[in-house]
Design a protein around this ligand. Structure first.
Ligand SMILES: [Ca+2]
Length: 315
């Protein structure tokens, strides 16, 4: 297997997007998602929520959401609509402690452990490198401090995240379920789930991102140069934490142009899985990847120091 580090922000050139084919009936993408090029009539929604919500999860009501942004990267266009069924979503990112319980229960070995290295941004050279011995318990390498228990697990590949989700009786979210939840299940059109500003009027940061010019200097104004404890920066209106920054989150989907999604085309080159949410390495001048509509893409066997995941579950 050829292993790659693919950090695409700012490196990709946009391909020509195929013309959208409007379909007023919508197209069923999965049993829980229907895609529309134009706004459809809203489907009836249950007025009441579920009788109970699993521990540590948040009920995400179904509804209509516009996916993408006109003012974002090329791969966030064109905007289209999805009808999403209700689901449960982990309130917080899967933590190091939770992943340790999975490993203890199953004896699972991550791909980074099998390969013997994980992708780290070298602070000296400012280049991505495969660092020997970097893995979920020591994301920066064996000579660096271990990952704190209450931080999101990182250095896990998409395949590792899938294995955890199956063990937990859950699954990874579709990227469109993720964006629906980040838009508070109300199609909120702000940059972030909590509005358009990263700070409150009192100056309190609402997310862990890169403060300064990436990759030259991080002023660490939000208090964290690398990962932060899950939930450190508060909840979205829907009750989720770390939907903005901290670490990118693996989603189920292969990378696909949105025009092709709407047109019902299969992924043209299914080699990369989608990540959402941005990370502590994102800043507006580089990728601004922590916007609600931000996307990143990496091959499913790759483990990186700024990528983790959360799970969802069907209602
Ligand atoms: Ca930070």
């Amino acid at each position: 297997m050829i292993r790659r580090i693919q950090w695409v922000m700012g490196l990709l050139t946009a391909g020509m997007l195929a013309a959208c084919q409007a379909d007023p009936e919508g197209r069923s993408l999965t049993p829980t998602l229907t895609v529309f090029a134009d706004k459809p009539d809203p489907m009836p929604q249950s007025a009441s929520g579920p009788a109970s919500v699993p521990d540590g999860m948040v009920y995400v009501p179904g509804g209509l959401t516009q996916i993408g942004a006109d003012d974002g990267q090329a791969w966030e266009k064109p905007i289209f609509w999805v009808q999403v069924k209700p689901f449960f979503m982990d309130e917080h990112l899967v933590t190091v402690a939770e992943f340790r319980r999975f490993v203890a229960a199953t004896g699972y070995r991550t791909e980074a452990e099998k390969f013997g290295d994980g992708a780290v941004l070298d602070e000296t050279t400012k280049q991505w490198t495969l660092r020997k011995g970097a893995n979920w318990s020591h994301p920066q390498g064996p000579d660096q401090p271990p990952a704190p228990d209450n931080h999101p697990v990182t250095q896990v590949s998409w395949n590792d995240a899938q294995a955890y989700a199956r063990w937990a009786g859950k699954r990874l979210p579709s990227e469109f379920e993720w964006e629906h939840a980040a838009r508070n299940a109300t199609n909120s059109r702000t940059l972030y789930p909590f509005g358009n500003e990263l700070k409150t009027s009192a100056g309190k940061f609402l997310a862990n991102t890169w403060n300064g010019t990436f990759p030259e200097a991080d002023a660490v104004l939000d208090g964290f140069h690398l990962t932060s404890p899950v939930g450190q920066f508060g909840k979205t209106p829907l009750g989720l934490t770390d939907m903005t920054g901290n670490v990118w989150q693996w989603c189920e989907d292969w990378r696909q142009n949105y025009a092709d999604v709407v047109a019902g085309q299969p992924p043209a080159n299914p080699t990369e899985k989608v990540q959402r949410g941005g990370s502590f390495l994102c800043e507006p001048g580089w990728c601004h990847g922590y916007r609600v509509s931000g996307r990143s893409f990496t091959s499913p066997e790759t483990a990186l120091m700024h990528v983790g995941f959360r799970c969802v579950k069907d209602v």
